[in-house]
Write a protein that binds this ligand. Structure first.
Ligand code: ACM
Length: 788
């Protein structure tokens, strides 16, 4: 484990944390933390007095703590329970747990942890809060060369900002084994997340055993499904970690698996084949049929006997009403109940299903699309369509949770997730300023319709509207007047962070969506509409925002790279949902993220590093001798630090173009094991920013970084000896070219070279259709534009 402090000299109280004094190891940052000089040191054993836990939870917890401590120190330090006498660690809870309790929404999660001379005292209202306290204790723990356990004197008083802090795991698109799910639960507990939203059914499969409706898994799972005993095991394991399990059974759409098993339940009753492609599909339940409600009722009876949580998710997203509108039976239903369209029909269905769910003592939840003026109020809506949708839901009296901006199946920067507050402070926009500029723009995508935008300049304010969303204030690089022909604008969107470059004279530009550069065209805006910006949620209703959930949809993720995609960045989202809203320093967040990544690997046993190594290993030709295999692995590991997978859904769209947008397309390329975000590029970017801000010494650091990058690539021809590394070889060659151009940029900055086209030469190294992105191109181009 990395050491982060040799002596603790600071006494710190949030929110006046400084980067220097912040305990680097804590993530999420507690509400209040103070660290003082001195520490407790344990060598042989830790005497534990523990009160208020069920026997099962106590045994689980202590065994686990002991295992983690051993991973920190490298030697066993037993936790010995003492009934009387002096304890080193005293754990007390107010709400005594007699037998194993299942966590639930709004359970108390507060704790007070004191590590001080004489011992550790952890007190909490509930066992769940106490477990969060132990998670913090572990993050503070260090070791020394004598393999002792060292705990700095610390006081933490903590409780979460939001009660609902979740991760959705999609077990449908790619099946995730039980051990894989449990490992994610280990990570979630370390990050103080408390909901596993388990996506168990969809068009491409039904993954949950039903004894009442056995054909669901017999015909629509390819044999890849969870037995009821396994699900019980996961629920109990989650519960021991303080994590709720909310199952999702998608209906009335995303239901092609039901169609394969029970076609008679569908609006178009005909034989169906398993859906192998990714996307949105048409089969819908026949909501006019009593059999459908009987099916749902029986299924709910069975599933609620397995899943103890108070909430049950019905999906409800992306319902395309075509099959309904074509059906005479549904048309009759519409006439009878005065239903006007697909949305009314879906609400008719939801209202009936909500009654069934309530009968089984559960609260219904679903995605944005279930929101309707007549939706029963006792429903939770999960938003994947953004803050405006979420706020409208809350203002209308529903509870909601945010997932937009937490879609971690899209490679996106952690800093973007960190800014994504479920209840954000909105910038002030002065709508009375005069319009200086009014343009429309189009960003073509590789798949699907183009993103349409409006660029409006009001006074000096740049406002951008995307598709049907509201106008949003963007940050610009310079004051804009009617004469300004080139400028940049930056804002966050559902696609990730956007950085626009507009050239109004040439009527074109570009939009960086994360690390992927999309061309755009500009034209006159024919019919300027009034500017409408988002309004903040009224304070009265902000309690209706329960929290948020990250989502790992698995079209592009398998059990072999799930950890690479989730960790360590889920800690950042966990911090956004747990810690103070005022905590927004992303540089400091990244410093802690680097640390927590090691902790997550070394102590918690998460697989983001091991899966990457194993993935690379499988790509290396088995005909090579061991020294060459080793050298190739080292080379790939180095290369992976310098590049990123293309962000947003660009890779999905590339797969679509290549006819690989389906379940049988292998996920076994170099890019599948490359982390979402390159730390090396971030360091490069920081140096470029320093230089542009006036720090001339940064140039030498940039030179040194580039030299290190190049040194690690010297043996790149090795990659030609493994057929599965063609893509990696080509990326390595491009990185080499990039480094050569970058070295010229440094010469330009020193005034030693004149080179007029380096910016376009840099850009030419990257195509939008490349799944691997040489992200360093962009800061180096910025450097060149600054120096030239
Ligand atoms: C969704 O992403 N369709 C919930």
């Amino acid at each position: 484990m990395r050491m982060y402090f040799s002596v603790f000299l600071f006494t710190v109280l949030l929110p006046i944390l400084t980067a220097k004094a912040t305990p680097l190891s804590l993530m999420p940052i507690p509400q209040q933390v103070s660290i003082t000089e001195g520490s407790l040191v344990f060598d042989n054993e830790i005497k534990v007095a523990i009160h208020g836990f069920s026997a099962q939870r106590q045994a689980f917890l202590l065994a686990r703590m002991q295992q983690y401590i051993e991973r920190i120190t490298g030697k066993p330090i037993p936790l010995r329970v003492v009934k009387r006498g002096k304890a080193d660690l005293t754990i007390r809870v107010e709400n005594i747990e007699t037998e194993l309790q299942f966590p639930q929404l709004n359970m108390p999660e507060d704790y007070l942890l004191q590590i001080k001379k004489g011992g550790i005292v952890l007190s909490a209202t509930s066992v769940f809060g106490a477990q969060h306290g132990l998670a913090s204790l572990l993050q503070l723990a260090q070791s020394n060369t004598s393999r002792q356990l060292i705990l700095p004197y610390t006081t933490i008083s903590d409780n979460p900002r939001f009660p609902w802090r979740g991760l959705l795991i999609d077990s449908v698109r790619h099946f995730m084994p039980i051990a894989t799910i449990k490992r994610q639960l280990d990570g979630m507990a370390a990050a103080k997340l408390n909901v596993l939203h388990w996506h168990l059914t969809d068009d491409q499969g039904w993954r949950m055993e039903s004894k009442v409706f056995p054909k669901l898994t017999q015909l629509a799972s390819d044999g890849l499904y969870y037995r009821q005993s396994e699900v019980k095991e996961v629920i109990e394991y989650a519960s021991l970690l303080g994590i709720r399990v909310v199952p999702e059974f998608g209906m009335p759409g995303h239901a092609s698996a039901i169609a394969v098993a029970y076609p008679e339940l569908m609006t178009k009753a005909k034989p169906y084949e398993m859906e192998r492609h990714w996307g949105v599909f048409k089969p819908l339940l026949n909501i006019a049929s009593p059999d459908v409600y009987a099916f749902i009722d029986d299924l709910l009876a069975e599933m609620t006997s397995l899943f103890p949580d108070g909430y049950l998710h019905i999906g409800g997203d992306e319902v395309e009403p075509e099959h309904w509108l074509e059906s005479p039976e549904i048309q009759e239903l519409m006439a009878k109940h005065a239903l006007e369209d697909g949305h009314d029909l879906q609400n008719y269905f939801n209202t009936r299903v909500q009654k069934l769910i309530a009968k089984h003592q559960r609260v219904m939840m679903g995605w944005d699309e279930i929101f309707h003026p007549a939706l029963p109020k006792d429903t939770v809506v999960q938003s994947w369509r953004g803050h405006d949708s979420l706020n409208a839901i809350a203002e209308a009296g529903y509870q909601g949770i945010l997932s937009t901006g937490f879609y971690i199946d899209q490679p996106q920067y952690s800093s973007f997730h960190y800014r994504n507050d479920p209840n954000p402070v909105l910038p002030t926009v002065d709508l009375t300023q005069s319009r200086v500029l009014n343009l429309a723009f189009t960003i073509p995508r590789l798949k699907g319709s183009a993103v349409k935008g409006e660029l409006v300049v009001l006074g000096g304010q740049v406002l951008i509207k995307l598709n049907n969303n509201r106008h949003q204030l963007a940050q610009t690089d310079k004051p804009i007047t009617s004469k300004t022909q080139q400028f940049t604008a930056a804002m966050d969107s559902w696609m990730g962070p956007l950085q626009f470059e507009f050239n109004t004279a040439q009527q074109q530009g570009a939009a960086m969506i994360g690390n992927s550069r999309y061309p755009l065209t500009l034209e006159a805006l024919e019919k300027p509409q009034p500017v409408e910006v988002s309004t903040p949620l009224s304070q009265l209703n902000d309690g209706r925002i329960l929290g948020g959930e990250a989502t790992i949809w698995s079209e592009m993720v398998s059990e072999h790279n799930l950890d690479v995609r989730i960790w360590p960045r889920l800690f950042v989202i966990a911090e956004r949902l747990w810690s103070a809203k005022t905590l927004t320093d992303s540089k400091q967040m990244y410093a802690r993220l680097d640390h927590i990544s090691d902790f997550a690997h070394n102590v918690i046993g998460l697989g983001h590093k091991t899966q990457q190594q194993a993935g690379f290993h499988r790509l290396i030709s088995t005909t090579l001798g061991e020294p060459k295999r080793k050298a190739t692995l080292a080379l790939l590991t180095h290369l992976a630090e310098l590049v990123e997978p293309s962000h947003y859904y660009t890779r999905h769209h590339i797969k679509f173009l290549n006819d690989e947008y389906h379940q049988f397309a292998a996920l076994d390329k170099f890019v599948d094991y490359v982390a979402v975000e390159s730390r090396q590029v971030r360091l490069l970017e920081e140096r470029v920013e320093s230089y542009i801000a006036g720090d001339n010494t940064a140039l030498a650091h940039i030179g040194a970084i580039l030299q290190r990058w190049q040194a690690g690539l010297e043996a790149l021809t090795l990659l030609q000896q493994s057929p599965k590394l063609t893509e990696a070889h080509s990326a390595a060659l491009t990185v080499t070219q990039f480094i050569a151009l970058s070295q010229q940029v440094l010469e330009v900055c020193k005034g030693a070279l004149q080179a007029p086209h380096l910016d376009s030469q840099l850009l030419a190294l990257q195509n939008l259709t490349d799944e691997v992105v040489i992200t360093g191109i962009y800061p180096v181009r910025a450097l060149y534009l600054h120096c030239n």
